[in-house]
Design a protein around this ligand. Structure first.
Ligand code: NAP
Ligand code: SF4
Length: 675
């Protein structure tokens, strides 16, 4: 008997049966744009072998004007169809099913040629769209239907019509973006005409025995978004127009409410999909912040949906479903919803990967093949870099000994996990703990690795991490000054008025930690909804609470400072930085850039501004917390070098500047893949 009876139950769609209720949701990985079709095929085939019921590709453009960016991939020529055949053949060979997403970006397209119902520029795009005339609308519909027919020709098992997230079809639905006065705008009937017409024409183009998923925006999370009645009316009409499945879309890209970031509670929006259950006869899929088989199973058991979509969890672990089915869920590499290697890459024009799994989207190039000769490898430091190196080396058959002076593994991850909104790091440390045992790695915790102890290994990997940087501020030795390690690791008491020196990732984290009273709203959905102003679309248009966000009062008065005269948090994650800034603003955290630190005394932190050190100001506070970056902890590496023992230095011990877990894990894995 499986632990996941709902999740692993087949789903009969009439002409085809899905082997389970798991959809790998669409992700733009950038792979299709590499033109390396073997690499694209291997990415999807690996997930097919991992047992997922149905996969959806990244969004394919139906035409040039609808592409997310000008060179966005699509099915434009016979050669494109042949290339996609390579993917579908490989997936089918590995027992999988795959649908192609058709994504028309409308006014979100990054091009001056972008088109939309009305010439209303989006706040997240530099280009005002060109308003379509009636013939232009007809062309878009025809192109989408042709793309669907080509997908069938290319061997796909279905298509997903992207009708949510504020893209083209969605843009017709709301008066915010549709100002038309012809048959395509005005009344609800007119605004719904385009999605319904698209659905009918797609169904006509592909025939009855083909999966057509329609991704429907169930909560727009923008002012003037759809009401629930409108969503429901559209859902029923899309069903009548021929959809096989309705998938859930949550929020437009321009929404100022987070929808998938790590601080969003798990399954935060399954209640929205649940409102549709029983209202349509076709299966309904729910989505967003579902990242373990337990959560997915519970969502289905609670009757929130017929099927669950997970996207990023399949970057973290291609074998998610197979491991769950085998009763080995603890070995599933967890997606921590950080966006650091996936969406942040996508939005920087880089190929996606995964912080936790550097092989994601690099399957053909980064391989963990069994080593020809098993070696004895010592890894010093059980933080992200060391753990990554140790796991990959052990997977390849080497005998690995892992040293750490701490009583537990995880390194800096143990500080991240105490930050409100970063609770997913608990799961990551647990996973590393499971895998270290699973791979037979010998751990020597509470152990200072000495040069002597490291003698006799074939390779020594130094992953000793970082030490807090000394900012050298006069008076920093006072009893009212602590650093982030004291606060996050040792629980040192901090007063009611705090000045934080340094506004990098850690300065922001410390500010969130010190601002939070009691438990994190990430663990309490109703509190989180109130904090961000999420409401029921049956009550407030678009699910945007009429009263706006209602954050809890902050636990402390906090001032966050940096020397650079630029916006604080500018270098945080591309897709998540705004969330951290908004969260601190809601807690009344004052952010000051362009300061010189003059001194600290009992009254607080004295700063000045500019090269002339003008405008002296006292930041009155009880505690100053130093978060001024880090330096490599290289003492052991230097000692080994002096003794003539070769070693590999990785992670923060190698380069502390701009160190983050993504780079550390990637570097550890890539080194271990070569030994
Ligand atoms: P960081 O990002 O390098 O920031 C260091 C901060 O200290 C900066 O604000 C810097 O600003 C300031 N600073 C540098 N030298 C200073 C000095 N001598 N005196 C006073 N202030 C000084 O380092 P971090 O915050 O320690 O973070 C370490 C790594 O962890 C980073 O890679 C970070 O991205 C990662 N991390 C990421 C997240 C995330 O949310 N993605 C969260 C936590 C950590 P000024 O030079 O302008 O004063
Ligand atoms: Fe998940 Fe982060 Fe990996 Fe993206 S990079 S898949 S969010 S763990």
């Amino acid at each position: 008997m499986t632990e996941y009876p709902h999740l692993l139950a087949p789903l009969d769609l009439g002409h085809v049966t899905l082997k389970n209720r798991v959809l790998m949701g669409s992700m733009h990985t950038g792979l299709e744009e590499t033109s390396d079709w073997n690499r694209v095929a291997e990415f999807y085939a690996a997930r097919a072998r991992g047992g997922v019921g149905l996969m959806v590709t990244g969004g394919m453009a139906p035409n040039r004007e609808g592409g997310v960016f000008p060179e966005a991939a699509g099915l434009f020529t016979p050669a494109d169809i042949a290339n996609h055949r390579i993917v579908t053949d490989r997936v089918h060979g590995d027992g999988g099913l795959i649908a192609m997403q058709i994504l028309h970006a409308g006014r979100y397209a990054y091009s001056p040629d972008c088109v939309a119902p009305s010439a209303v520029k989006s706040p997240v795009s530099p280009y005002a769209p060109n308003e379509l005339d009636a013939a232009g609308i007809e062309k878009q519909i025809a192109d989408i239907a042709i793309a669907a027919a080509r997908a069938r020709e290319a061997g796909y098992d279905g298509v997903e019509v992207m009708g949510s997230e504020g893209y083209f079809l969605n843009q017709f639905l709301v008066t915010h973006t549709n100002k038309r006065t012809d048959d395509w705008g005005g009344s609800l009937e007119n605004r719904m005409r385009l999605p319904i017409e698209v659905m009918k024409r797609v169904r006509a183009a592909v025939g009855a025995d083909f999966i057509v998923i329609y991704r429907l925006s169930m909560i727009d999370l923008i002012p003037e978004g759809q009401t629930w009645d409108e969503v429901l009316t559209l859902a029923k009409a899309i069903e009548s127009a021929g959809a096989s499945i309705l998938n859930t879309g949550i929020g437009w890209h321009e929404a100022r409410i987070p929808t998938i970031a790590t601080s969003v509670p798990r399954r935060a929006f399954s209640w929205v999909t649940k409102k549709l259950m029983g209202q349509v006869a076709i299966p309904v899929i729910t989505s967003n912040r579902i990242n373990t088989p337990e959560v997915a199973e519970q969502v289905l058991a609670d009757g929130c949906a017929d099927m669950v979509s997970m996207a990023r969890p399949f970057l973290a672990d291609a074998d998610f479903v197979a491991k769950a089915a085998a009763g080995r869920a603890a070995t599933i590499a967890p997606c921590i919803a950080c966006n650091q290697a996936c969406l942040d890459h996508t939005f920087s024009g880089k190929i996606s990967s995964c912080l936790v799994n550097p092989r994601a989207c690099h399957e053909t190039e980064l391989r963990y093949d069994l080593a020809e000769t098993p070696l004895k490898i010592a890894v010093v430091g059980a933080g992200p870099a060391g753990l990554s190196a140790a796991l990959v080396a052990a997977e390849r058959g080497h005998a690995v000994t892992l040293f750490d002076r701490s009583e537990r593994i995880g390194g800096q991850l143990n500080m991240a996990r105490v930050i409100p909104g970063k609770e997913e790091f608990h799961g990551l440390v647990e996973w590393y703990t499971t895998m270290v045992a699973e791979r037979g790695i010998e751990t020597r915790l509470n152990t200072e690795a000495t040069v002597d102890a490291l003698n006799g290994f074939d390779h020594v990997i130094i992953a000793t991490g970082v030490l807090p940087r000394d900012p050298g501020i006069p008076g920093q030795g006072g009893s009212n000054v602590v650093n982030y390690v004291d606060v996050l690791r040792h629980g040192v008491a901090v007063g009611d008025r705090v000045a934080i020196v340094g506004a990098g990732g850690i300065g922001f984290d410390v500010a969130e930690f010190l601002a939070q009273k009691g438990e994190s709203p990430t663990l309490h959905l109703d509190e989180w909804k109130a904090e961000w102003g999420v409401s029921d679309p049956a009550q407030d248009r678009g699910g945007v609470a009429a009263g706006g966000p209602r954050p809890e009062a902050p636990a402390r008065d906090i001032v966050l400072l940096q020397r650079k005269a630029e916006k604080l948090g500018k270098h945080l994650g591309k897709t998540t930085g705004w969330i951290h800034r908004a969260a601190l603003q809601m807690k009344g955290v004052q952010m000051i850039g362009g300061v010189n630190y003059e001194r600290i005394d009992d009254a607080g932190l004295h700063v000045s501004f500019g090269p002339e050190r003008e405008k002296p100001q006292l930041i009155e506070c009880d505690t100053v917390v130093l978060c001024s970056g880090q330096e490599p902890a290289r003492g052991l590496a230097d000692e080994l070098t002096v003794q003539g023992i070769a070693c590999h230095v990785i992670g923060g011990a190698d380069v502390a500047a701009e160190l983050d877990a993504k780079r550390a894990i990637d570097q550890g894995a890539r080194l271990a893949a070569t030994l």
